[in-house]
Design a protein around this ligand. Structure first.
Ligand code: OOG
Ligand code: MG
Length: 264
């Protein structure tokens, strides 16, 4: 991927993103100061953040694909999917209360998550490769948190901000992919007992495994692959819904059961 920033600028932007995430403060999009920033520069910052946090002893559990559905691309005004890393300490238990005072703009989305039984890599990774490497799928709620003020959005900035990754919750039933029509799973997202978004898993590039295949291809461009055991979120099926303290959110998935969480 083409990059334009020198290492000192990557370092400075990594500091900026880290401070926004740790302090839960909104910042202007990075392209205001670096208008020539490319997607490759965004990934340089994201990977700088990952390296920094792994050195601090945080543990990576996997990756996520983002902006893989039409609903999300339209909502955020971008047309290229992204990836982000997931750390073990971003997970929250089903049924727990997720704090919002350490988040900027928390929003929830329903996703199908994949757990791999074998490693996956390569620039030509396909849906079939993903399904063959999958141990099981499990329903998930992702809590995303764009750190940019006023939801001003552009691709290099959101990629640098680790594709808005913040928290995730799994629940329901884990099933082998063969046991499901993985491309036609219906999902309803409820907030405080009322349906607020619904969709079918085909919204993710036609099939959620295609979201994972795309992620693998992006990782290949970054010189990385998914090890066996990786936890991978394939991308939001519906648009993301804003949440505030006191909200109760339940994602109901056809066949996979439901995942519920409260915000405090
Ligand atoms: C970017 C994160 C996108 C998804 O599933 O589409 C994402 C954002 O919307 O802030 O996680
Ligand atoms: Mg997501």
């Amino acid at each position: 991927m083409r990059t334009t920033l020198d290492p000192a600028d990557v370092q400075a932007l990594t500091d900026r993103i880290e401070a926004a995430q740790k302090g839960a403060t909104a910042i202007p999009k990075l392209t205001e100061d670096f208008p020539g920033m490319t997607l490759g520069d965004g990934y340089a910052v994201q990977l700088g953040l990952l390296e920094r946090w792994l050195k601090e002893g945080r543990r990576q559990i996997g990756w996520k694909a983002g902006l893989t559905s039409q609903a999300k691309m339209i909502q955020m005004g971008v047309d290229v999917p992204t990836v982000g890393f997931l750390l073990a300490d971003m997970a929250r238990p089903e049924g727990s209360v997720i704090a919002t005072d350490d988040l900027v703009h928390p929003r929830v989305e329903c996703e199908v998550a994949f757990v791999l039984k074998s490693a996956l890599g390569g620039r030509d990774c396909s849906r079939a490769d993903v399904l063959a490497a999958t141990d099981f799928v499990v329903p998930a709620i992702e809590v995303i948190d764009s750190r940019f003020s006023g939801f001003k959005f552009d691709l290099p900035s959101v990629v640098a901000d680790n594709s808005s990754s913040a928290r995730y919750v799994t629940g329901g039933r884990a099933l082998e992919p063969e046991a499901l029509a993985l491309d036609t799973l219906g999902v309803v997202l409820e907030k405080n007992g009322e349906p607020v978004a619904m969709g079918a898993s085909a919204a993710v590039m036609g099939h959620p495994a295609d979201g994972v295949a795309l992620l693998v291809r992006v990782l290949a461009e970054l010189g990385r692959e998914l090890p066996a055991g990786s936890f991978v979120m394939s991308g939001g099926i519906t648009e993301a819904i804003a949440v505030k303290p006191g909200d109760f959110v339940c994602a109901r998935f056809q066949d996979l059961g439901s995942v519920a969480v409260r915000f405090g």
